[in-house]
Structure formats: structure tokens, C-alpha cells
Design a protein around this ligand. Structure first.
Ligand SMILES: Cc1cc2nc3c(=O)[nH]c(=O)nc-3n(C[C@H](O)[C@H](O)[C@H](O)COP(=O)(O)OP(=O)(O)OC[C@H]3O[C@@H](n4cnc5c(N)ncnc54)[C@H](O)[C@@H]3O)c2cc1C
Length: 452
């Protein structure tokens, strides 16, 4: 009997379990899936029950299976949910879809295959003589030959300012997805959102839905909002022109030329970016470390704005709120935040060397998941790092691993027992956080684990 333990039952862990069930045939296999949240398949992204929280990928591209990307859209229609292929569907429905797919695969699995779900937190993995023992917070242990770490998104880091005493305030929320955020916000409270990406859009959409009256300020160093999806355009692949490029600026030059061409041919720049999606990881893998560092320092924010786009429905609301002045986008670097009971937060930030001030009753952190694993407040990650079983990648943007997810330990050796997929591979693959990438990784990793 082969035994595989998956730590984390968000989308990544669920898709891996799903593929293991699907491809294991009649082989003898025990799959253990450990999830500390109450629901399997939801994770951070799909736990929301808010209809205003939309997928940022159209329905026809969100299929759970790498070889059937339209599956989710067909499932919607089969479930009598009338969404077009281009619709941006509420994320809670996607969580339901993943749970149902896992249930189906479990019903149809081979006779000698078992799926065990553990409603628990994994706190350590001990590896000895070809066996892994996963220790759970409850004190139980799971024994297996292979372990996949699918721990996904972590809480964002706090804003980097010297005096961090403001984080103790009950009105500062490090976790923008905590239900407490909206339970505790008064209608007239002024809000400061740190970050101007897709999480900020979510928080603002929910405030809008709750008919919030107070001022909403959102701040980031560049004050750039995500671009807006514009569907219905295509652009032919041009990977051959950048294949093997060793300099980021060469890639950029080629992409710019194609954006110009797209515009001249009445296409759209978004279609050019989207045409790169299947090859983005390969472009990244071909670049030397120094070029990756250059990209992260100087260009990644532009890539993020262009690549991680918001649904047009969300953009309409953001525009409306900006139009009335209720939502203001601030550009600058946070310098100081003080908090006093009954007064709130006084915030100083700098824009091109000039000090600016803003007041807020509530601060919501929308900076995005912490990528520095050596800074994470996770018992499991701390234990794995101190045992030398895992280490940060060279960019400190995720974990060090082979491109197909074999984790590297402190000695730089790729493990044949510890694997990962999804967010932890961001530094190795750059694009590794969304379903279109994760479903491919889950399929390929399942094949690898079954065949080894
Ligand atoms: C708000 C938001 C919206 C998004 N929207 C989209 C979208 O529309 N389309 C898209 O393609 N992508 C989207 N993404 C990207 C998203 O990260 C992926 O689609 C996917 O959901 C990631 O799943 P995951 O399982 O890797 O991570 P997570 O969702 O973070 O799940 C990881 C799970 O592991 C569990 N876990 C962690 N550590 C342990 C432990 N020690 N023991 C037990 N359990 C543990 C956690 O409880 C969690 O449930 C979004 C991301 C966010 C944050």
C-alpha cells in the first residue's frame, strides 16, 4: 500500500487529491488530506460566502482539470446556474464546485484506494528511514511515504514601519478575510486599506454592499489599481521570439512590440499578456537569478497590475466610489501609524519626499500573503525549516524546489518524500498561484507520486 499525505485542503490540496483519486486506477493507495479549516476545497480564496467576491478568471477558464478547462462552466449550466462562459462567478460557488468534484472522484475511486480526511492542523513532519510521520495538533500521527505541502496563502506581513505598536489595536485587521472585520466596522467609520490590489477591491466591494458611508482610503507605494478585464480578444502565441531569453529587457521589448501590433490590429494588450500565460513559467525558468531579481524589483508591480485583473462589475463599483470621492487611492510609503482609544489611527506617509497625513478608524491589511517562509508564524513551517527539510528559494519568494515540486532541504538536495505545489513555488515558477497553473501542477504531481 502506497500512502500519500497532503497538508492543506484548499484548492491545491483538493485538486491534488482529486487527481490522485482519478489516476490511481486499481493501485493500492491511501490518501490522507489534512485541513485545519472547517471545509475542504475552499481555502482562503473560496471560503467567502459573499456574492460580491467574484472570481477574477472567467467561468470557461476555471475548470478543475488541466485537460478540460471548460468543465466548471459546464458544471454551472448542469447545476442550473445560468452563467455565460465569460461570466465572473461568485467565488463561494467555486468552493462548492471543488468540494463536489472531490466527492464525485471519491465515489468513483478504485476498490483499493482510500481517502481519509483529517480535520486537524499539521504541526510537524518527521522523516526517518524512508517514512514520514506527520504530527497533528491533536497529538495524532499520520504515517506515509510521501507528503505534499499544499499550505497555500498565509496572512500578509504587517506594513514595514519602525514602530509596530498599532498592530495591537483591535481595530487593525491583519486578515482581510476574517468575518470580524465587517462585524466591527461602523457605517460611518473611516477606513484605511493598505494595498491597492485585488484584496482591496474585495474589501471595497463588500463595504459598498453593506452601504458603508464613511471614507475609504487605499494606499500603496505606486497607487496603482489592477487593470480591468476586457474579454473577447485573442492574440497568437509568440513564444518562439523570446524562448531562451536571458535578459528581462529583451522579453519586455518583444512584448511591447506585440502590444503595439495588437493595438494596430484592433486587438487588445490584455490578449497579448494572456497569450504569454502558458509559457510564463518557462520564460521565468530561463532567466538568470540576477535578471529575476531585477524583474521583481523594477517590473513586477506592472506585471501584477496587467496580469491580475479585476472583473468589469467590480471596476464599475470602484469607479463609482472614486467618482463620489468616497474612495480615494493614495500613493506613498507609510512612515508612522499611531493609535489611541477613542481617537483612532493617525497615519503619516510620504509621497515624493513630502509628508502627508490621513486619519482612520479602522485599518485593513490587504498587502497580500507573506512570501518569506523564514518569517512565517506557522508551527509547521518553523519546524520544517529548523529540521533542514525545507528552505527558502534564492529570491525568498517561496520555497526552494525543482520546477515539478520536489522540495529542497538545507543541503540543496531535492527530496523524494516532500513535495509542494501552488503558492510555495512562486519564486521557482513566478506564476504559480491561480487555478490555471495549479490544476496543471496537481495533475502532474499526482502522476509523479503515483508512478514513483
Ligand atoms: C482572495 C483571493 C481570491 C482569489 N481569486 C482567484 C480566482 O478568482 N481565480 C484563481 O484562479 N485564483 C484565485 N486566487 C488564487 C488562489 O490562491 C488559488 O486559486 C487557490 O485558491 C490557492 O489554493 P491553495 O490551496 O494553494 O491555498 P489556500 O487557499 O491558502 O489553501 C491552503 C489551505 O491549507 C490549509 N493549511 C495550511 N497550513 C495547514 C496546516 N499546517 N495544517 C492543516 N491545514 C493547513 C489552510 O487552512 C488552507 O485551507 C485567489 C486568491 C485569493 C487570496
Amino acid at each position: 500500500m502506497k500512502r500519500i499525505t497532503i497538508i492543506g485542503g484548499g484548492a491545491s490540496g483538493t485538486l491534488l487529491a482529486l487527481n490522485l483519486l482519478k489516476y490511481s486506477g486499481d493501485g493500492r493507495l491511501e490518501i490522507n488530506l489534512v485541513e485545519k479549516r472547517p471545509h475542504i476545497g475552499r481555502g482562503v480564496a473560496f471560503s467567502t460566502q459573499e456574492d460580491s467576491h467574484l472570481l477574477n478568471v472567467p467561468a470557461a477558464k476555471m475548470g478543475a482539470y488541466a485537460d478540460d478547462v471548460e468543465h466548471f462552466h459546464r458544471w454551472l449550466n448542469d447545476s442550473e446556474m445560468d452563467y455565460s462562459a465569460l461570466a465572473f462567478v461568485p467565488r463561494r460557488i467555486y468552493g462548492e464546485y471543488l468540494r463536489e468534484q472531490l466527492e464525485e472522484a471519491n465515489k468513483n475511486k478504485g476498490q483499493n484506494v482510500a481517502l481519509n480526511i483529517f480535520d486537524d492542523e499539521a504541526v510537524d513532519v518527521e522523516i526517518k528511514e524512508g517514512k514520514a510521520s506527520v504530527q497533528l495538533a491533536s497529538g495524532d500521527h499520520i504515517y506515509s511515504e510521501k507528503v505534499a505541502l499544499a499550505f497555500g496563502n498565509f496572512l500578509p506581513p504587517h506594513p514595514t514601519i519602525d514602530d509596530q505598536s498599532f498592530i495591537d489595536s483591535p481595530r487593525y485587521f491583519q486578515d482581510p478575510w476574517s468575518p470580524e472585520v465587517f462585524d466591527s466596522i461602523g457605517t460611518d467609520d473611516s477606513i484605511l486599506i493598505v494595498g491597492t490590489g485585488l484584496s482591496m477591491v474585495d474589501v471595497t466591494m463588500q463595504l459598498y454592499k453593506l452601504n458603508h458611508k464613511g471614507l475609504i482610503n487605499a494606499i500603496s507605494t505606486r497607487g496603482q489599481l489592477p487593470a480591468v478585464h476586457k474579454l473577447g480578444f485573442t492574440y497568437p502565441p509568440f513564444f518562439e521570439e523570446i524562448k531562451g531569453a536571458r535578459r528581462v529587457t529583451d522579453v519586455l521589448k518583444t512584448v511591447r512590440a506585440h502590444v503595439k501590433k495588437a493595438e494596430a490590429e484592433s486587438s487588445d494588450w490584455r490578449a497579448v499578456i494572456d497569450s504569454l500565460r502558458p509559457v510564463t513559467q518557462q520564460i521565468w525558468l530561463d532567466l538568470p537569478l540576477a535578471e529575476k531579481k531585477y524583474f521583481m524589483q523594477h517590473l513586477s508591480r506592472y506585471w501584477n497590475v496587467a496580469r491580475h485583473r479585476m472583473a468589469p462589475e467590480a471596476a464599475l463599483i470602484i469607479d463609482e466610489l472614486r467618482g463620489t470621492g468616497q474612495l480615494q487611492i493614495l500613493k506613498g510609503r507609510l512612515q508612522k501609524i499611531t493609535w489611541e482609544v477613542g481617537i483612532g489611527f493617525d497615519v503619516r506617509y510620504a509621497t515624493i519626499g513630502l509628508d502627508q497625513y490621513v486619519h482612520a478608524d479602522v485599518i485593513v491589511n490587504c498587502i497580500g500573503s507573506e512570501s518569506r517562509f523564514d518569517k512565517l508564524d506557522s508551527r509547521l513551517v518553523k519546524n520544517l525549516i529548523s529540521a533542514g527539510s525545507i528552505r527558502c528559494d534564492d529570491l525568498r519568494f517561496g520555497l526552494d524546489a525543482t520546477p515539478d515540486g520536489q522540495l529542497k532541504g538545507a543541503d540543496g538536495q531535492a527530496s523524494d518524500m516532500l513535495y509542494t505545489l501552488g503558492t510555495a513555488l512562486k519564486g521557482v515558477l513566478w506564476e504559480s498561484t491561480a487555478i490555471p497553473e495549479i490544476r496543471v501542477q496537481a495533475r502532474d504531481l499526482a502522476h509523479k507520486l503515483i508512478s514513483e
